[in-house]
Design a protein around this ligand. Structure first.
Ligand code: PNW
Length: 486
């Protein structure tokens, strides 16, 4: 891994003309209306109603965007966003996961929403699947069954047919890596399966196949008339060797990137297969990773129009020792990763156990360069980037954290590193979606972690949205399409 020289000065300049500026959300995190108007249940409905969430909250109502979507659009307008990334609830559209019996109210909801967005001159970027699998599909094996591939193909086809006349930017699946690791590895996300050595790997194959089939349907059936773009969104940390002069550390860092990014990027953007380092990492005669057949590799390889990237943070890597072997993310992940002690942590509460999100802006520039070099200079859209604060807060004078200086710094510095990647390194960067438009249901963390440009009051019965300082900072960068001399 090449370690570029650190340059922490703000660079002045602009992103390309027509750069997409947006915010991102996901259906389960914002919609609420979990059992209204014919919606079926999803695995997240089941999961939250059986415990699992840090503060005991759930997404039953959350931001109530199912009813308050016009308020969401007004916030986007005030931000000066050109795009909005949101996801469709599969079980709202197809309660029995059968496209011949859709839920008319669900179809109607998204039609109204997309029309209202476009009327405000905001373009939709639609994630087809952001983790809320219909429970009826989980009941027949979910992502662990090969049947899911055809079900996802059918669902995607349905989405293109209903909304593709107006939606020109599609994302098939959000972050398969997090779903495999959290949904099927450590089980902290729905469906809560704790099977890191088997299920965790099995579902990576079905997710890749499902994505590939959806892409191929779009390509053969819709692209000519609808003329949009479609890809997958992958998340990855950046990772550096703790000691860059030690080859073992360098190897460990590369391996961490192979396992987070390469696991899915190699099949889609590379040679069609899982990374070689991962296949042999377990030291077994036969890898626990499923084998992709030649036909499957051919099907998956090249199924992208752009590289959708979610990025939040950076890690240092070193080989595992006796002292650190209990801290592995995964039993097969024979590398120990950790933040540097000098890095600032997102969230305002000090002296807690280290959590995941450390603020390392330069990692974004390095990761963008890595993707560009490794995968043949694809167009890249940053589909998520942002930081959280902790709730409740330290500062009793600002319980809503409306003066979110840390988030302002995060956004400014990460976007400036993205600008350097574009201007100084020639990375083909097309857009940026900030996570997230407003505080919402942060999965296992419930409402304890807030990522919003807008504060949401979950207790006033009205889900009142209030802009934070970071909303104004983001708007200024959008208006300048970067960082002007002033
Ligand atoms: C993303 N990690 O998830 C998701 O796409 C969002 O729905 C979520 O709200 C957002 O990031 C903030 O958490 C991630 O541990 C969850 O590396 C965890 C990780 C990365 C992304």
């Amino acid at each position: 891994l090449n370690t570029m020289s650190e340059n922490t000065e703000l660079t002045k300049g602009h992103f390309r003309k027509g750069f997409m500026w947006g915010a991102a959300t996901a259906s389960y995190q914002i919609e609420g209306a979990w059992n209204e108007d014919g919606k079926g249940q999803s695995i997240w409905d089941t999961f939250v109603h059986t415990g699992h969430i840090e503060d005991g909250t759930n997404g039953d109502i959350t931001c109530d965007s199912y009813h308050k979507y016009q308020e969401d659009i007004n916030m986007l307008k005030n931000l000066k966003a050109t795009h909005y990334r949101f996801s469709l609830s599969w079980s709202r559209l197809l309660p029995t996961a059968d496209s011949s019996t859709p839920n008319p109210a669900g179809v109607d909801f998204y039609n109204k929403f997309i029309d209202a967005l476009l009327a405000s001159n905001i373009k939709p970027c639609v994630t087809i699947y952001h983790w809320d699998l219909p429970q009826c599909l989980q009941d027949i094996g979910g992502w662990q069954s090969d049947d899911i591939v055809e079900k996802f193909r059918e669902y995607s086809d349905f989405c293109f047919s209903q909304f593709g006349d107006r939606v020109k930017l599609w994302i098939t699946i959000n972050e398969p890596h997090v779903q495999c690791g959290f949904g099927y590895g450590n089980g902290i996300h729905a469906p809560g399966i704790k099977d890191p050595l088997n299920a965790c790997y099995q579902v990576s194959r079905t997710m890749l196949l499902a994505h590939a089939h959806a892409y191929r349907v779009y390509d053969t059936k819709y692209r000519k008339t609808q003329n949009g773009q479609i890809s997958i969104t992958l998340n990855s940390d950046w990772c550096e060797p703790k000691d860059p002069t030690n080859p073992e550390h360098v190897k460990a860092a590369q391996f961490y990137i192979d396992v987070t990014l390469g696991w899915f990027a190699n099949p889609v953007y590379g040679d069609g297969d899982f990374p070689a380092s991962m296949k042999k990492s377990q030291g077994l005669e036969k890898s626990r990773l499923p084998t992709l057949t030649e036909e499957e590799k051919k099907l998956i390889k090249g199924t992208y129009d752009f590289f959708g990237l979610n990025h939040y943070t950076t890690r240092l890597a070193e080989p595992v020792s006796e002292a650190t072997q209990d801290y592995l993310m995964h039993p097969d992940l024979a590398v120990y990763v950790h933040p540097d002690s000098s890095w600032e942590r997102a969230g305002l509460i000090k002296n807690e156990v280290p959590e995941w999100l450390y603020i390392v802006p330069n990692g974004l520039r390095k990761l963008l360069n890595y993707i560009s070099k490794t995968y043949g200079d694809p167009s890249i859209i940053i589909t998520e980037n942002g930081c959280s604060t902790k709730n409740p807060v330290n500062d009793p004078g600002d319980t809503k954290q409306l003066v979110d200086e840390q988030r302002c710094c995060y956004i400014t510095s990460y976007l400036n590193e993205a600008l350097k990647a574009h201007l100084l390194d020639g990375v083909d960067l097309r857009g940026y979606f900030l996570w997230t438009l407003m505080d919402n249901f942060e999965w296992a963390a419930g409402h304890t972690e807030r990522f919003g440009l807008h504060h949401v009051d979950f207790s006033d019965g009205n889900q009142t949205r209030t802009p934070r300082k970071s909303a104004a900072i983001y708007t200024k960068i959008i208006e300048e399409n970067g960082f002007s001399a002033s």
